[in-house]
Design a protein around this ligand. Structure first.
Ligand SMILES: Nc1ncnc2c1ncn2[C@@H]1O[C@H](COP(=O)(O)OP(=O)(O)OP(=O)(O)O)[C@@H](O)[C@H]1O
Length: 273
């Protein structure tokens, strides 16, 4: 992992993710459909990068490639210097729905993830307990996931990803299924937690505000076949607070990103994030 970033805020940070001219097509009834048309991006160590793009532009597909679930037709993806998919567990993945095992308690779900990652039984138990305490979730340790609210399930899911040892976290619309108020609470919760830990994150989101609040850099994908059409280094210092939303610079960047997305979608701007 000696390579250095070629763009973004911290020129000396090593790269945790390198996506180089990645293309992918899927078979269709007639021929193939090109989804990714040569995407290049990077995430540095301790960097929070968000991906915005029109619906169907290939954001989830891209995360799947980085997670090693699929192989690109061409191009190269390195996670911590290793080809994506060359071995399991290079990246931690948090989907929109928590996907916790219903027959295991909250603590049991986290312990299992740690055991799969190679921790001993005792270590897994200790780390899970400490993590739950740190996140204020200890009272739910013995609960089963289905009795928790959606927001609480996502907190557990995030803790599971946070405790796993992978150098990169992939978050795919993690708050997309939550109501607006819970979503805001979760963003603030994630922000304060991430600012303590500074893991490398690639977040897919439909919310411009969410991307601006959380990220160091924002990348905008074009509609399919997708390429990166806009890169924005978010200029706000850290720690950040939600009060940022009311600042004029926040509003201006939001408008700029909104225009970029609208151009890509080719629409009138209805359904603004
Ligand atoms: N396994 C597959 N086989 C065929 N087509 C697929 C497959 N997976 C995804 N696609 C197509 O690839 C395109 C990109 O899908 P993807 O889910 O990555 O987009 P997205 O940007 O994440 O969308 P959204 O924002 O709506 O979640 C879509 O047109 C989708 O129908």
């Amino acid at each position: 992992m000696n390579r250095k970033r070629s763009n973004g805020a911290s020129p000396s940070a090593p790269l945790v993710l390198e996506v180089d001219r990645v293309a992918l097509s899927y078979p269709q009834a007639a021929g193939r459909t090109q989804v990714l048309g040569g995407v290049s991006l990077s995430v540095g160590a301790g960097e929070f990068v968000s991906l915005l793009g029109p619906s169907g532009s290939g954001k989830t597909t891209l995360l799947g490639l980085v997670g090693g679930l699929e192989r690109p037709d061409s191009g190269r993806i390195l996670v911590a210097g290793e080809p994506a998919g060359s071995r399991p567990g290079l990246a931690a993945y948090m989907p929109q729905q928590a996907a916790l095992l219903p027959w295991r308690t909250v603590q049991g779900n986290i312990e299992l993830a740690l055991r799969i990652a190679g921790r001993s039984r005792e270590e897994a138990r200790r780390l899970a307990r400490e993590g739950l305490e740190r996140l204020g979730l200890e009272r739910h340790a013995r609960s089963y996931p289905q009795v928790l609210s959606g927001g609480m399930q996502q907190r557990v899911s995030f803790l599971r990803a946070l405790l796993s040892p992978q150098p990169l976290m992939l978050l795919d619309e993690p708050f997309g299924a939550l109501d607006a108020l819970t979503r805001q609470e979760m963003q603030e919760w994630l922000l304060s937690l991430w600012e303590q830990d500074r893991r490398s994150v690639l977040l897919v989101t439909h919310s411009i505000e969410e991307a601006l609040l959380l990220s160091d850099r924002i990348l905008v994908l074009s509609s399919a076949p997708a390429t990166i059409v806009r890169e924005l280094a978010v200029p706000f210092g850290r720690p950040r607070r939600r009060q940022l939303w009311s600042e004029s610079a926040f509003g201006e960047l939001k408008e700029e990103l909104y225009q970029a997305l609208r151009r890509e979608r080719g629409g009138s701007g209805e359904g603004r994030a």
